[in-house]
Design a protein around this ligand. Structure first.
Ligand code: ATP
Ligand code: MG
Length: 138
């Protein structure tokens, strides 16, 4: 699975009308979309997805935000996918994100930062399987 990562276009970027722009940046960077869906998750589903952050002070804010509107969830394929995608999205806080990254272009704040990218091969697999069954991945 080391050639796959998982992403979400978060509710802020969807609301701002940036689904198309962000997908364009992702495919221009050489990632192939191998699974994708557009859906509005419940707060309970967001709490389950972000369980690893349950003890963090921003957990409530994060799970409320992620269930505040529709998102695009996708599995992406490329050599070195996890690391290359983290490079493409930029730092968690858009104020620290490099020029040309997705967060630099489209994220407004640390809490509402436009996109998610898995942080390891192991989590990419877990996160992809949270949203997609085997027959939904190409
Ligand atoms: P993501 O997992 O969404 O790709 P990340 O790996 O860069 O982002 P994490 O540390 O995993 O960052 O945090 C998950 C998400 O929680 C962040 O993307 C951000 O939306 C939110 N978050 C992180 N730190 C804070 C904070 N101090 N205050 C508010 N929200 C935060
Ligand atoms: Mg993370």
């Amino acid at each position: 699975m080391s050639n796959r990562t998982f992403t979400m276009i978060k509710p802020d970027a969807v609301r701002a009308g940036n689904i198309g722009n962000i997908l364009q940046m992702i495919t221009d960077a050489g990632f192939k979309i191998v699974a994708m869906k557009y859906l509005h998750i419940t707060t309970a589903q967001a709490e389950k997805f972000y369980e690893v952050h349950a003890s963090r002070p921003f957990y409530g804010e994060l799970t409320q935000f992620m269930s505040s509107g529709p998102i695009v969830a996708a599995i992406l394929e490329k050599e070195n996918a996890v690391a290359d995608f983290r490079k493409l999205i930029g730092a968690t806080n858009p104020a620290q994100a490099e020029e040309g990254t997705i967060r630099k272009k489209y994220a407004a704040s640390l809490g509402e930062n436009a996109v998610h990218g898995s942080d390891s091969d192991e989590n990419a697999k877990i996160e992809g399987e949270f949203y997609f069954s085997g027959i939904e991945q190409f």
